[in-house]
Design a binder for this molecule. Structure first.
Ligand code: GLN
Length: 477
């Protein structure tokens, strides 16, 4: 029986001829079959993955050097384009659509000989926090199948959580990598805005979206980040400064802060608060500084996030009209307006429609100043506050979510309650900061939960050093 620990260890086993990529891919295919009921995958690329595995085994047998991701088995979220493979954003509107090109981030993984095992279920167009808004049905949490995995990248999180692949890709617009990672007990990284090319990532809210990584060790997540953060001329919002190649330094000491209003927020579960407070103490004992900072803008961040992202979504999703691609209604339309209306009404799910309507409303002439312009001002204030914080501190500590994974179906009829659960994750997307969710705790309800850290933009290396230190502290618990 194969059991995965780290990419380095796995590649040593390959080099020592203790394993073959083919056997490992067969192992994962069997696990995917076994856990079919979790509904994590949309499509499994079994034949293709096996073919690639055999080719890699052959290249090794000829003594060829292994590339950085030689044989690493990775799953991708169903919003990432992969040439010749279907991509649907878990929406009926893209039923039957095949990608015409490969997303840059994915291409960089393929260039290093990763094996892509399949694409994963998610909330429709990455809109949601429970992975229940999907045309393929809800994904179940492997830790407790009555609970959601979190969203929107729930399938990608469960694929790693249940051992159906080594690592996976998601996308994070307001927490969709960190929050499911938290609910599933794995690591979820959202790089800073502009770190990874968005070319080939189906757009939800372009000034927020980032490709993110799910994994089980900081080391592996770092390797994927390094590979995917190579420059790309197809995304003009990418940073031009490369990720520094420094090694993770163990036991480096930092100055952290946390927000008083966050730790005192009424929505925060008392046990989660206590877990984080304990970790803050442990960080201090280990020689770090941790201080409380007042953050008066907390109540504005969820409204600002939903005004701005729905505005961007209403514009981004206007391309799905059934003219050149995507769902087209069978009902004959008398005029072009009816034609668009029918295609879009049949193709989009409830949550996506709600957001398109909301976004169109906040951008309309009569309400633009009252909503969109105000939300932009809040975003600016948040960036200013962040710059001020990072003139004193190296990192911010936050919970990831106010509660552990909710029960399936529980939040179906209350969109606002679902939106409010994003209170601790959307800050990083509004400000563009890199952020990581670390699986550090277990709740008395038997579900995992974690802690989030953020650093200033372009400082992912520091973020990963901090993450490594915290994971180390966990082993000492
Ligand atoms: N839950 C948030 C939303 O629904 C975040 C989604 C995401 O990061 N893609 O918008």
């Amino acid at each position: 029986m194969f059991s995965f620990s780290t990419i380095t260890r796995y590649q040593q086993q390959l080099a020592n001829n203790e394993l073959t990529c083919e056997a490992v891919v067969n192992h994962y295919l069997a696990e995917i079959e076994k856990h079919k009921g979790l509904n994590a995958f949309v499509e499994v690329y079994a034949d293709e993955a096996l073919e690639k595995a055999r080719a890699l085994d052959e290249s090794r047998s000829k003594g060829e050097e292994m590339k950085k991701l030689h044989g690493v088995v990775i799953a991708i979220k169903d919003v990432i384009c992969y040439k010749g493979h279907s991509v649907t954003a878990a929406s009926k509107i893209l039923d039957g659509f095949s990608s015409l090109f490969t997303a840059t981030a994915l291409q960089y993984l393929l260039d290093e000989d990763a094996i892509i095992i399949g694409n994963c279920n998610c909330d429709e167009f990455a809109m949601g926090s429970t992975n229940e808004n999907s045309v393929y049905g809800a994904v179940k949490n492997f830790a407790n199948e009555e609970r959601v995995p979190g969203g929107s990248s729930g399938g990608s999180a469960v694929a790693v959580q249940a051992g159906m692949c080594m690592l996976s890709l998601g996308s994070d617009t307001g927490g969709s990598v960190r929050q499911p990672a938290d609910h599933c007990g794995i690591i979820g990284l959202k790089p800073g805005y502009g770190r990874i090319s968005r070319y080939g990532l189906l757009a939800y809210a372009s000034s927020f979206d980032q490709v993110g990584i799910f994994g089980t060790t900081v080391q592996d997540v770092k390797l994927l980040l390094q590979i995917m953060s190579r420059p790309d001329n197809m995304d003009s919002t990418m940073t031009q400064r490369a990720l520094p190649p420094t090694e993770i330094e163990q036991n480096k000491k930092y100055k952290f802060c946390y927000f008083t209003q966050v730790m005192e927020h009424p929505s925060l579960d008392a046990e989660i608060r206590a877990g984080i407070e304990n970790k803050i103490e442990a960080l201090k004992i280990a020689g770090n500084e941790v201080e409380a900072v007042s953050f008066g803008l907390l109540d504005y961040i969820v409204p600002a996030y939903y005004v701005l992202t729905t505005a961007e979504a209403s514009s981004n999703l206007s391309r799905y009209d059934g003219v050149r691609y995507g769902h087209r209604s069978n009902v004959p339309a008398a005029d072009i307006d009816t034609f668009y209306k029918q295609n879009r009404s049949e193709g989009f799910g409830l949550e996506v429609k709600r957001r398109i309507m909301l976004g169109t409303f906040v951008l309309s002439t009569g309400y633009y100043d009252a909503y969109f312009a105000k939300a932009q001002q809040i975003r600016k204030l948040l960036v200013e506050k962040t710059n001020e914080i990072f003139s004193t501190y190296d990192g911010i500590i936050m919970p990831v979510a106010p509660t552990t994974a909710p029960l399936l179906g529980k939040k179906d009829d209350d969109p606002i309650a679902v939106y409010l659960a994003d209170i601790f994750t959307v800050f990083a997307n509004l400000t563009g900061l890199p952020a990581i969710a670390l699986p550090l705790f277990s709740h008395s309800d038997n579900m995992p939960y974690g802690l989030q850290i953020m650093t200033k933009n372009e400082n992912e290396v520091t973020l990963l050093q901090m993450a490594e230190n915290l994971m180390e502290l966990k082993t000492k618990d």
